[in-house]
Design a binder for this molecule. Sequence first.
Ligand code: ATP
Ligand code: MG
Length: 634
Amino acid sequence: MTRYRDLHRRSIDNPEAFWREEARRIHWHTPFGTVLDRSKPPFARWFVGGRTNLCHNAVDRHLAERAQQNALIYVSTETGIERHYTYAELHGEINRMAAVMRSLGVKRGDVVLIYLPMIPEALFAMLACARLGAIHSVVFGGFAAPNLAARIEDAKPMLIVTADAGARGGKVVDYTPLVDEALARARHKTPHVLLIDRQLAPARLNAPYLVAYEPLREQFFDVHVPCEWLESNEPSYVLYTSGTTGKPKGVQRDVGGYAVALAVSMEYIFEGKAGDTMFTASDIGWVVGHSYIVYAPLIAGLTTVMYEGTPIRPDGGIWWRLVEQHKINLMFAAPTALRVLKKQDPALMKAADLSSLRTLFLAGEPLDEPTAAWITRALNKPVIDNYWQTESGWPMLAIPRGIEALPTKLGSPGVPSVGYSLTVRNELTGEPCAVGEKGVLTLDYPLPPGCMSTVWRDDKRFVDTYWSSVPNHQVYSTFDWGVQDEDGYVTILGRTDDVINVAGHRLGTREIEEALSSHAAVAEVAVVGVTDPVKGQVAMAFVVLRGAQGEGDPSERARLAAELAMTVDRNFGSIARPARVVMVSMLPKTRSGKLLRRAIAALAEGRDPGDLPTIEDPAALQLVRDALGDGGQN
Ligand code: ATP
Ligand code: MG
């Protein structure tokens, strides 16, 4: 472990020297002076005075060497469209988009809200903003009008880029009525809406503010738009967190620090080399999409694969066929998708030639041990869990295989990445925990390059939210529980607001879930705390069974429920034993696949789960209600 240890230590002991060296990975139009400005903690400013541009680093810089290499491979199983763009072609499209935006008045420092499905134009629009020095705010295309309105209100864009429609699982979703409604709801008046017409839904071009993209693209076809050289700390984008635990926070990112951090991550964590092909199965509306569909692979000279569709349409082999067809070397997905694929016919994976694939990366939620064990065995390749947040922009915990091929440990996303001074702290005293002792995962000042610079237009919220929750120490709180072992590996034990208190014992819901998911009958599980007059709270488990097990047969389900409760008992003692195990066919999740435990807890207590704008499928709420209504231990 020496190479990793040395490098990590150096990045913490002398961040200035470490990052000065790493900053050479990107192009600086004007060199920076101070590496790190620590004058106003907890704010950190990286590479002060340096001028650079994300679009230049992602595209223009590669033209000399790889103009004819594919930069983007676009595949949509929703529309049947597949398109390839070389770096030269991508450069052309970004210039056109930038010229169109400029003609609508967009300039450096303006906000452009991007509300688009997974189409190439989404990537063009993000990079066109970067080129112009405009700040993009991508809103997941699938959010309803109220979510969109709230983000318009907060981001105050001068332009919205949208499309006629998105498509998901074969269903077309009209976007223009959603945009119309959002604009009507928001007090902020957005001057222009640029419409990409995919011809999936009737284009509503009669609305006065709509501007059609295609004719303008033609008009500006050969226009070259120079890159704006931004000071390293100017904002590149604002991205709202998933809103799993409450009101989404507008995470503001810089330019230079982000570029450097992504380049570092591509070598040390992802082992991606120029010429490789990377498929990140996320959405541009999430941070994983920003960093590993768009910016990082392009900055490092890779080919990025952008996919519109689900992992199981036309069938559960589609992702594996993409790997074969496009000789994908690196793949990045969320555990929730893997759990879906686990239920598919194994022959679908075996039928594809996966020899090009080197590593599968998974992030976004806990990777449960059965899923990790299954996919590692099925692929026979390294499966790298990595832990991070919208706030960090790149992995905080991973196996840094590009530094040293440390072993993976089942249940742990690995060790702190370079630059992250991570400490597990006691929630009551703020003191560091001993090895093996559970606490809150915190980061010491300064956050490394790439992490959020502040909350959009709200420095106070940045300090109050993130830097003020640990007693006696001004450290950044991740709001996640964790425990570190003697080798430095961290295991995530759930979110700090997912703790339940049973008769004075504090239990993490994640630990109980792990115990339950180790049972062969369990496909998915959520554990929540429910008020109890005697014990304060008790655990209640909501279980999705694998296949058809227990379906329709109440006595079989009751037997399973009792067996599952005993599984927890064996692992943690009776204190953690769920008071009730409820079988459901679906769990409420966010659009990004995260369990909405608070909503489940509300339902279990007979309360209204409230407004859940980011829910994937509202029908899941009714299914939980129905299952609860079944009575007894069903
Ligand atoms: P909000 O902060 O608005 O409630 P959110 O936290 O769900 O939303 P994200 O930034 O998308 O928004 O998610 C980051 C969180 O996801 C982490 O704080 C952690 O709880 C969870 N997470 C991410 N990766 C992992 C992982 N590999 N293992 C366990 N948990 C993970
Ligand atoms: Mg969060």
